[in-house]
Design a binder for this molecule. Structure first.
Ligand SMILES: [Zn+2]
Ligand SMILES: [Zn+2]
Length: 169
């Protein structure tokens, strides 16, 4: 999917890898990320002197998230600059430690998993629709941004919120 041609990298010194990952790509399964549209990937791979392959570029897409307080959809544009470092598995002492990714020596390798990992770490999964979002009533569930209810919860009293949290356990 996001494969890097090592032969070409050797010949040309740097290689551009551009792709558009559709929303239903299996890569996103169980990532907890939902996209509103395809993710644009623009990466440039080059050789570093020490045998590393360094890949720099941008990941861009539109997210489909919900407000953690009121559960309303929060559309969001996502743009993230990445630097990924890859080392061949035949490098002595090589270890996949999260900052260095290991690839199996061969004609090409797939960078998708490294990109996925990068996105999962970079994304803020706890978004709010507005910093002042009033959330849902813990008792009856109405959206307190647009509706009011007569539940006996004193919203602005933090002691009640703590009680509500205990009750929901
Ligand atoms: Zn909200
Ligand atoms: Zn209520």
């Amino acid at each position: 999917m996001l494969s890097l041609d090592l032969g070409r990298l050797g010949r040309e010194g740097s290689v551009l890898v551009e792709a558009r990952l559709p929303t239903d790509t299996p890569l996103w399964d169980e990532s907890g990320i939902e996209w509103a549209g395809p993710v644009e990937v623009r990466l440039k791979a080059s050789h570093a002197g020490t045998g590393e392959v360094v890949v720099r570029g941008v990941l861009e897409g539109s997210l489909l998230q919900v407000c953690r307080r009121c559960l309303e959809p929060v559309p969001g544009r996502f743009e993230h600059a990445v630097t990924l470092v890859f080392l061949s598995s035949d490098t002595p002492g090589v270890e996949d430690d999260g900052s260095t990714h290991v690839f199996d020596a061969g004609a090409e390798f797939d960078m998708s998993n490294a990109v996925r990992e990068e996105l999962v770490l970079a994304l803020d999964k706890y978004v709010v629709c507005d910093p002042d979002c009033r959330g849902l009533c813990p008792t009856c569930g109405v959206n307190r941004n647009s509706d009011s209810c007569s539940c006996r919860v004193e919203e602005d009293d933090p002691r009640w919120e703590a009680l509500g949290a205990l009750k929901n356990k």
